[in-house]
Design a protein around this ligand. Structure first.
Ligand code: ADP
Ligand code: ZN
Length: 744
């Protein structure tokens, strides 16, 4: 018999093998060992009884062995993987990788309780990026420093070995003082111990609105049919409590529950609430777990020992049998979209899984995505609204500060407006907490020469380097490829000694808050400050315990945290996203402002928000101030329809990369010409471009993109795949993104 097998090898699609008569026929979802070239690889059987005509006369290789007589991956998950691969135009090889359990053995499984870490020293930093004299390092040594220069706390030597850096190389570097070693304890589960302990168990009588929402959801669940509900609840309206009760109701019917959350470490409250309510019958999958623990849990779930799974995006593929309810919390969140192939959106795959399982799916958000809300408006989804905050807590009052007036009054370098400075001072005096948002990392966003206006740019990417740190610790770094360099004293273009910094990021805001309030306890939460595992949980815990007065951060602080003592939220520049040429710029801005303003006043105390902007009249800013989602939706839809953007049409974004700009552009022109020809009779499919991508060069490669728009997504995908199939040499240089969240 011939079978189709998917192997976890990125560029491979379905492969056809022969099952020798001497072996048992493996089930769909069972593991088999197959030859690939000279290697043996374990794959998953995707379908049986494949017709011999598919081979076009070639002979199929025999499989080497059959590992399972019962499915290892349940049949419904195999089907879901097939759907995902097809819809997103990805190979089954890379898709099945997302579905398989994490490997049981790797460097993070802690046989011993400590591991050896290697970190770069300051001297190592300079040696990695010599400004003038070439260094005497071997290529391997340079590579090691290159890798380590991107990770402040260093990497486990085992992880470095996996990237081809031997302990010999590291030892030599340490002898000359460029690298240091230390032993680090491997935490069993830092997340569980620190965060879960902070969150008290919930047990409230429901508000009237919560009860009404729960009743409607219970009725939907009782139908035993596929239903989709949008739970549209303002920030602080108590959505979690509704999730828990509907989960308990479905569990009481004997069916299982899957809850997706954007990022568990950032929004631990939901996971903690489920743990509190369901104890040992819940499995929580989070990134702080070792692969070994994840694997054990995967097996428990598969055996049916678990009733409720809480996890991030990839948990949509867990082998949980008989699902009756799927919850997608913060359904609008961009982290549901995977930014490498398969570029799936976990929320959308969740809807498909619910449909096939005849389950109820609840999409929860205070700021639903335009796609979801339009489905609710059109009646495809049930819309359930929570308009009030619990305990009748008022929404924070929002003051919009026009920074143009501030610059006129205080000079062009002001970062914190008078109102925001006064607001922070008042909180400090009263012992209350403040959250300050700026969605941009670093100290300064660019370095430029006052004489020739030249900037310090990344060698590999078409962006300017961002300055991190001050004084001796100051370095310029690329936020895309991690290239870093010393900030030069003189201009590399014209040699003039007038280098200046411009723009500012979270590090600068943190410094400004400290300068204005030297005794305040100020901390920063962004990707730079939480590189070390467990650092994020620690910072959030400290803030919750009141050991930090002012927390400055990127959108990480805007998520679903519940900090009762925060009474002030400041937004330093609400405009960070608005200037971008992306069709979701306004939606993102509205979401982040609404979410962050929603962090204020969640306890007994009334909250206030101060939003600084140079576009005080922009609708995203005005309407988030009033927390008026429906008005925002109406206004934004005008733009989306006029410009033909989702949810009005579907998009496919294709990027073709090349070693030179000309190569990338020539290939893109040829592909687009073929597409135009193929769609000449389909006026509904429109093609824009090719044009240089907004990020025209990335990691040394040039990028050209084109955008397809149509109401018929399937047609776009098919035409594009047909054209690309005639150019197999482009496969490795082409990225196709179906339903992209952003076209930047
Ligand atoms: P949302 O996710 O909608 O922003 P949460 O679920 O985080 O809101 O709830 C906000 C706060 O209100 C939490 O501290 C929660 O414990 C509390 N809460 C929820 N429901 C009730 C209720 N019925 N009575 C009192 N407090 C509640
Ligand atoms: Zn770069």
């Amino acid at each position: 018999m011939l079978v189709h097998v998917a192997v976890p090898v990125p560029t491979l699609d379905l492969l056809t093998y022969e099952v020798p008569a001497s072996m048992p026929v493996p089930p769909v979802g069972g593991r088999v060992v197959v030859p690939i070239g000279s290697r043996s690889v374990t794959g998953i059987v995707i379908s049986k009884d494949v017709s011999a005509s598919e081979l076009n006369g070639r002979a199929a290789k025999p499989i080497k062995s059959v590992l399972d007589t019962a499915p290892f991956i349940p049949a419904d998950v195999v089907e879901l993987a097939r759907w995902t691969a097809e819809y997103y135009g990805a190979g089954l090889g890379e898709t099945i990788t997302a579905v398989l359990p994490p490997k049981t053995r790797d460097e993070r499984v802690d046989a011993h309780k400590t591991r050896r870490m290697a970190a770069i020293t300051a001297a190592g930093m300079d040696a990695a990026h010599p400004v003038d004299s070439p260094s005497a390092l071997t290529p391997k040594q340079r590579e090691a420093l290159e890798i380590l220069s991107g990770v402040a706390d260093g990497l486990a030597t085992a992880a470095l070995a996996a990237r081809g850096i031997s302990s010999d190389t590291l030892t030599r570097l340490s002898r000359v003082g460029l690298v240091t070693f230390r032993q680090e304890r491997v935490e069993r589960d830092p997340f569980e111990s620190s965060i879960l302990a902070d969150v008290a168990a919930l047990d409230h009588p429901l508000t009237l609105e919560q009860r009404a929402a729960l009743e409607r959801l219970t009725r939907l669940a009782a139908t035993g049919e596929f239903k989709t509900a949008l739970l549209h609840g303002v920030t602080g309206s108590g959505k979690t409590e509704v999730y828990l009760r509907i989960a308990a109701a479905v569990r009481a019917q004997g069916r299982r529950v899957l809850a997706l959350v954007p990022e568990i470490a950032l929004t631990p409250a939901v996971a903690a609430a489920f743990r509190g309510a369901f104890g040992d019958r819940v499995a929580i999958q989070h990134s702080a777990m070792s692969d070994g623990e994840r694997h054990d849990q995967w097996q428990r779930i598969r055996r049916g020992d678990v009733d409720v799974v809480v996890g991030t995006r990839s948990a949509i593929f867990v082998p949980l049998p008989d699902i009756g309810l799927i919850i997608v919390d913060e359904e609008h969140d961009a982290s549901y979209k995977q930014d490498e192939s398969p570029r799936y959106n976990g929320r959308d795959v969740a809807i498909v899984r619910a449909q096939r399982a005849r389950a109820l799916i609840v999409l929860g958000s205070a700021t639903p995505s335009m796609e979801t809300y339009s489905n609710a408006v059109n009646g495809r989804f049930e819309r359930i609204v929570l308009e009030q905050r619990v305990m009748n807590r008022p929404l924070a009052s929002v003051q919009v500060v026009d920074m143009r007036e501030e610059y006129a009054a205080e000079g062009p370098d002001v970062i914190l407006s008078r109102a925001l400075r006064a607001g922070i001072e008042a909180r400090l005096a009263r012992g209350e907490q403040s959250l300050i948002l700026l969605n941009r990392r670093g100290f300064a966003t660019a370095v430029f020469c006052r004489q020739c206006a030249g900037t310090i740019d990344c060698q590999n990417c078409s962006v300017s380097l961002v300055v991190h740190g001050e004084g001796a610790a100051r370095r310029a770094r690329c936020h895309y490829c991690n290239y870093s360099a010393r900030v030069p004293q003189t201009c590399p273009h014209c040699k003039a000694p007038y280098m200046e910094q411009s723009g500012f990021g979270t590090e600068r805001v943190e410094a400004e808050v400290l300068t204005a309030n030297p005794t305040a306890r100020v901390a920063r939460l962004d990707r730079d400050s939480v590189r070390r595992k467990g650092a994020m949980a620690e910072l959030l815990s400290k803030f919750r315990r009141g050991e930090i007065d002012v927390m400055v951060g990127t959108q990480m602080i805007a998520k679903g945290h519940d900090f009762p003592k925060v009474t002030l939220v400041g937004v330093v520049s609400a405009d960070v996203g608005l200037g971008m040429a992306d069709f979701r710029a306004s939606e993102r801005t509205f979401q982040i402002l609404t979410q962050v303003v929603g962090r204020a006043g969640r306890g007994e105390l009334r909250g206030e928000a101060i939003v600084q902007t140079i576009y005080p009249d922009h609708y995203a800013i005005q309407l988030s101030r009033q927390q008026d989602y429906p008005a925002f939706y109406e206004r934004e839809m005008l733009f989306r329809s006029a410009m033909r953007y989702p949810p009005h049409v579907s998009l496919v974004n294709t990027v073709i990369r090349g070693r030179t700009y000309v190569q990338a552009m020539d290939d893109a022109v040829a592909v687009v010409d073929a597409l135009r020809h193929a769609t000449a009779k389909t006026p509904d499919v429109r093609i824009l471009g090719p044009a240089p991508a907004p990020l025209g060069k990335l990691r040394g490669e040039y990028r050209v993109q084109f955008l397809m728009k149509s109401t018929n997504r399937k047609r776009m995908r098919e035409v594009l795949q047909a054209v690309l199939a005639t150019r197999p040499e482009l496969l490795r240089r082409t990225t196709v993104d179906i339903d992209p969240l952003s076209v930047l």
